[in-house]
Write a protein that binds this ligand. Structure first.
Ligand code: VAH
Length: 319
């Protein structure tokens, strides 16, 4: 049975990945960790939790050894908008944390999951159906850490045999965790605002088309790539995975089918608009489909319906 450590477990992905991993592998086999202290209910049910700063090698090694970890889902990182406010901190956390996770994995023979992002692409990347292998010259610190992370994971696999794997996530939408400083987080905030106020002020332009994915699909992609037959993987550390793409205006239209009269106005944040404009409109995810059977289950219509139902229940205390 796998013995798993999840870093950044209280973040947007971790808040849904930890409960899913515990259902699949058993609670006692999944150690959640975060630099923040938690309230137990934040990560769904019982199971081991460690307060852990991934940039501290000795701490990390001690937790991995004490819990006999064989697989690390390394989620701890600063997201794009926050990383642009604090680029030096972002480099230290995003690259310093990943480097130490890979060093511990090398010493203890752990497998490592690394979440890359469409942020690993830049203004010179083909924007429509962005290929699996293409130009990657991001102009944000977040993107620099994601491209560097992809390359570092490739290196640790080729040079030291570490079983590193990862995907390039689009913007992720979840009703479980609050928005956490990402450029795509308008697509989370808008649901909270629609339910609470029936109106939303969007920080991206109405026509900004971005690739997006509902968190249940992101969790399936995370588990799927780590369970794939290694002999079939050509692209280990940065599979494009896609599900849907839309603009804020199109998302508002879909929400309006459920909340008539829902109003959106636009006050563009130039920093986050500039970041979004440097990212693809859509991804070619054929490599993930061919090499490990990736298929999304949610599209804009089904995601919107499920998000509104689950978030309403959560906000009214029925969920
Ligand atoms: C961000 N949600 O906005 C993240 C993601 C593709 C975007 O990496 O920073």
């Amino acid at each position: 049975m796998k013995r798993i450590l999840v870093t950044g477990a209280l973040g947007q992905i971790g808040s849904e990945l930890v409960p899913a991993l515990r259902r699949k592998y058993g609670s006692d086999n999944v150690v959640a960790s975060d630099i923040r202290v938690i309230r137990r209910e934040q990560i769904g049910g019982d199971g081991p939790f460690e307060v852990l700063d991934c940039t501290h090698l000795r701490e990390l090694l001690e937790v991995v050894r004490r819990h006999h970890i064989d697989t690390v889902f390394h989620l701890a990182a600063l997201l794009s908008a926050v990383a642009e406010e604090k680029p030096q901190v972002a480099w230290g956390v995003n690259m310093g944390g990943l480097y130490r996770v890979l060093e511990v994995a090398r010493q203890t023979r752990c497998a490592v999951f690394f979440p890359s992002s469409i942020g690993a692409f830049g203004p010179g990347t083909p924007k429509d159906l962005t290929p699996q292998d293409t130009v990657q010259r991001p102009n944000t610190m977040y993107g620099v850490t994601k491209v560097s992370g992809e390359l570092l994971c490739d290196y640790y696999h080729q040079r030291f045999g570490v079983d590193t794997r990862g995907v390039r996530f689009p913007g992720l939408i979840s009703y479980v965790a609050p928005p956490g400083g990402g450029t795509t987080d308008y697509a989370v905030e808008i649901f909270h605002a629609a339910i609470r106020h029936q109106r939303y002020t969007c920080f991206l332009d109405r026509d900004t088309c971005l690739d997006m994915m509902y968190m249940p699909d992101a969790v399936r992609a995370t588990v799927g790539v780590m369970e794939a037959d290694a002999t079939k993987l050509e692209h280990r550390n940065a599979f494009n995975v896609a599900a849907m793409n839309f603009t804020p205006e199109r998302l508002a239209e879909e929400i309006r089918l459920h909340i008539p009269g829902f109003a959106v106005d636009y006050q563009v944040d130039p920093v986050r608009q500039s970041i979004a404009d440097s990212w693809p409109n859509s991804l070619d995810d054929s490599a993930a489909r061919e090499e490990w059977g990736w298929v999304p289950e949610y599209d804009l219509e089904t995601m919107t319906r499920d998000m509104l139902e689950k978030l309403r229940a959560k906000l009214t205390g029925d969920g």
